[in-house]
Ligand binder design. Structure first.
Ligand code: ZN
Length: 309
């Protein structure tokens, strides 16, 4: 049976690797049972990999990635014995490949994330985990506290932003309350490019669910930043979209600095409380906020100061 000798593509995935002092890459891996001929072409909005003399032995279609650079990957049959893998990008990138001819055989496509680095490098972002100490914030039905869960999300956000070359300042790292004006002063004194406060929603109605992003009343790009973050966080968390709204309290952050408050999910809903305890959602929330910031700086929204300081 000659068909059985034909190599088969069995798996396709992507991962962000490196960052900070290493090369920062989106790495797409195409796994197969053996080598085949391929050509890699740059096309509008991404790259196309044509693989010939190969079968697809995995579900065909599009996979959402949304890692800030790579939006989707797709794999489909493109005629007899030919498979097409497409990479759809949000920003320009160079792509280099490495072939590992082992079993399984892996074709690795490395997309460099320098464009995003260019956007965030030198930007100073203040990340503000809400509440702390005696100021508990919201409390879940199974006793998860808002003041605790915002810390790992802030830490993940700090790590992501540093990989992208940004400078990150946290208003607190430990379980202590910081007065609101102290949080705002940190951003002002640092001449920050953005202030991101991390919270969860709390509601007396325990059936309330979802994520929202609140923004400063100053007309300084805060609303635009909220739009981007809200959109990206919903893509990552797949929870109910509670939209964006003004938060007068954020007005204490300097007029010069776009400021938002992200209510990641609703801690008082038992399903979302359980969800919120997971490390995956804590990472995904941070990724959503990071992607929103990337989109914001890519569009140079009002208040985006560029690299002038
Ligand atoms: Zn809060």
């Amino acid at each position: 049976m000659y068909l059985q000798n034909k190599p088969r593509i069995t798996n396709l995935w992507s991962k962000v690797v490196g960052g900070e002092n290493e090369k920062w890459l989106t790495r797409v891996t195409v796994e197969s049972t053996g080598p085949y001929k391929f050509t890699l072409k740059e096309v509008s909005g991404g790259f196309s990999l044509e693989c010939s003399g190969v079968e697809i032995n995995m579900p065909e279609g599009r996979l959402e990635v949304n890692d800030g650079l790579l939006r989707d990957i797709s794999i489909e049959r493109a005629g007899n014995d030919t498979a097409r893998v497409e990479l759809f990008l949000d920003h320009p990138a160079e792509c280099a490949y490495v072939l590992y001819n082992d079993f399984p055989c892996r074709l690795v496509l490395n997309l460099n994330r320098d464009f995003i680095k260019g956007l965030l490098s030198g930007k100073r972002i203040v990340v503000d985990p809400g509440h702390g100490g005696k100021n508990l914030g919201g409390r879940g039905q199974v006793s998860l506290l808002e003041k605790d869960v915002v810390i790992p999300i802030a830490n993940n956000l700090e790590r992501n932003l540093k990989k992208a070359g940004a400078e990150v300042l946290l208003t607190r790292r430990t379980d202590k309350d910081v007065p609101l004006d102290g949080r705002a002063a940190l951003a002002t004194n640092a001449n920050a490019d953005a202030f991101i406060s991390i919270h969860t929603n709390a509601s007396a109605d325990r059936s309330d669910v979802g994520a929202a992003t609140l923004y400063s009343p100053h007309d300084n790009g805060s609303r635009e930043l909220a739009v981007y973050i809200q959109k990206e966080i919903i893509k990552k968390l797949r929870v109910k979209d509670r939209g964006i709204t003004i938060q007068q309290g954020l007005g204490c952050v300097s007029k010069e600095i776009p400021a938002v408050e992200v209510e990641v999910v609703t801690i008082t809903n038992i399903v979302e409380e359980v969800f919120l305890r997971g490390l995956t959602i804590q990472e995904r929330a941070a990724e959503g906020i990071t992607n929103g910031l990337i989109k914001y700086f890519a569009c140079g929204g009002p208040g985006a100061k560029g690299d002038t300081k």
